[in-house]
Design a binder for this molecule. Structure first.
Ligand code: AHR
Length: 548
């Protein structure tokens, strides 16, 4: 768990009003027409971008499940079998490949038996997050966010997945339930119709046929809320929980709970212990989970931030690049052929709660253009490491942290993060190809900490047949970046663009102005097979290129 108050920050930065100190952020070189170049090497494939990289996360935390996902069958809010219809309708447009549930920290206090069987007989339990308040001055009622009625359990989660086309990824409880309960949850989900008592229990919940759940997380953050284990202890537990689990013909993909950010020691010690009884144990690990959040504290929040804060957050989000390569290198010591891939199953920008959202919603806020750039640069990082990353799950889907949606009673809006996921959906399943971005870096003065440098442009590219998708982030708060784009190995026949930007760094959507920030189409100048394009300041751009 990375409560914002516990997260490490790079240090203090000068405060100011957005835009007022922008003159301090200047490219090291002047942004002239030829100063920026993007080369796309379509003959240098990196790997297929797993659609699961565009994955999501739903935890029983604050307003995520109740009322974000689940409003109940009897609700006046339009629903499909109790699931908020507006969420289903918008969510499925971005082709969600996978949804992780039920936590997070909640997973290690959750007994799945509580969430199955007759809904009116299910027990109410104290939620893991019951006593958490995003700030001292917020009242909390004893609603479902505090005392979980278990109305949304395994069958309801699977139905939500089926409504949206996503695969389920279930995180099992390692801290407070024995391995037998994990074994039986797999049985409940995957045993054939009528075969066992567990399959009959599933049928009582309305689902005779098996769910065939493939992705199973073995605990969550075992270094913290998941049990305060050492990496050696957790590796031993992982081996025990995954031993001799019945398969029912479903290829189970276990995800081991990995490090908190840059904790390379956790990675090294886990893998050393895992393979202590033979390298065959690697065959039981599909993914090594990595969690990384960035965010703000104090009187800054999702919307109230300075230009300093803008660069600070983007720089910290950019750390994902080195986290991926560092842990990948650490894993290679014990897994030289890289059987195990990375699963970044929690990531996002974590700010304080918005006072406009209900008190029981933890860390619910609209997210701004700044968060959209965090989404874009993170997804670009994942695309560039398509050979290493098998899945990623943004935290979380609705009403908390880096959410794509906000829902309050019958009001429902998409955040700027949603728009980035929609723009980037074209990458899913594409072949990631190597790119070379050359743009004058942005030099940032950080008071006594000296200068910091952030790249001038970054992005990723993927190819599907002759369709090339290129996504580009320009982090400069005020300067547009003219750029030449060269496709090595092919000519461009047609080009178009979509761009998400605003002159207001704090631009965001609200229930009153749901479309204040949305992408728009833009023209692209393509002549004689080469392209020139100006990337606006503070923007995310997708180029759709058809190659000859
Ligand atoms: O996403 C919120 C919390 O952050 C999760 O429950 C936990 O795994 C992480 O620390």
């Amino acid at each position: 768990m990375k409560d914002p108050t516990r997260r490490a920050f790079l240090g203090s930065v000068a405060t100011g009003v957005a835009g007022s100190v922008a003159a301090r952020y200047v490219p090291s070189l002047h942004a002239q027409a030829d100063a920026a170049r993007i080369e796309i090497l379509i003959d240098e494939p990196i790997g297929t971008i797993a659609p699961e990289i565009y994955g999501h996360f739903v935890e029983h935390l604050g307003g995520v499940v109740y009322d974000g996902v689940w409003v109940g069958e009897g609700s006046r809010i339009p629903n499909i079998g109790g699931v908020r219809k507006a969420l289903v309708d918008r969510f499925k447009t971005i082709k969600p490949a996978v949804v992780r549930w039920p936590g997070g920290c909640f997973a290690d206090s959750y007994d799945w038996h509580d969430g199955v069987g007759a809904p009116d007989k299910r027990p109410r339990r104290t939620d893991f997050w019951a006593d958490t308040r995003p700030s001292e001055n917020r009242a909390a009622s004893d609603g479902p966010q505090r005392f979980d009625p278990n109305r949304f359990g395994t069958n309801e989660f699977i139905r939500f997945c089926r409504l949206t086309g996503a695969a389920p990824y279930i995180a099992a409880n390692v801290r407070s339930l024995p391995a037998k309960d994990f074994f039986q949850w797999v049985e409940y989900c995957n045993a054939p119709a009528g075969a066992t008592t567990m399959s009959e229990l599933r049928a009582e919940g309305g689902d005779t046929e098996p769910f065939n759940v493939r992705y199973w997380g073995v605990g969550n953050e075992p270094w913290g809320c998941g049990g305060n284990f050492t990496p050696e202890e957790y590796a031993t537990e992982f081996r025990r929980y995954t031993a001799w689990v019945p398969k029912y013909g479903v290829p189970l993909r276990y995800i081991a709970a990995g490090p908190n950010g840059g904790d390379r020691d956790w990675t090294t010690k886990f893998f050393r212990t895992l393979v202590a009884r033979g390298a065959g144990a690697l065959n039981d690990v599909f993914g090594w989970a990595l969690h990384y959040y960035t965010g703000t504290t104090g009187d800054r929040n999702a919307i109230q931030f300075s230009t300093d804060d803008w660069y600070e957050l983007l720089s910290r989000a950019d750390r994902m690049e080195s986290l991926v390569t560092d842990h990948w290198t650490a894993m290679a010591e014990f897994d030289p052929t890289h059987k195990v891939k990375l699963v970044v199953d929690e990531w996002g920008a974590w700010h304080g709660a918005s006072p406009d959202m209900p008190p029981n919603y933890l860390w619910a806020y609209p997210g701004s253009l700044r968060d959209a750039l965090v989404s874009a640069l993170t997804l670009d990082t994942f695309n560039r490491h398509a050979d290493k990353i098998a899945m990623a799950n943004v935290a979380q889907l609705v009403n908390t942290i880096h959410s794509l949606f906000l829902a309050k009673e019958d009001q429902f809006i998409v955040t700027p993060n949603f728009h980035v996921f929609a723009m980037y959906a074209a990458h899913q399943g594409g072949q990631s190809v190597r790119t070379v971005f050359s743009a004058p870096p942005i030099s940032i003065a950080r008071g006594r900490q000296g200068m910091m440098s952030l790249w001038g442009l970054a992005g990723s590219a993927s190819l599907r047949n002759r369709e090339l998708t290129v996504t580009v982030v320009n982090p400069h708060a005020t300067d547009a970046r003219p750029c030449a784009i060269a496709i090595r190995g092919a000519a461009v026949r047609s080009a178009r663009a979509a761009v998400l930007t605003s002159t207001d760094l704090r631009a965001h959507n609200s229930f009153e102005h749901p479309d204040a920030l949305a992408p728009r189409d833009a023209a692209v100048a393509a002549a004689s097979g080469s392209i020139r394009h100006t990337f606006p300041a503070a923007s995310v751009t997708r180029l759709d290129l058809t190659l000859g």
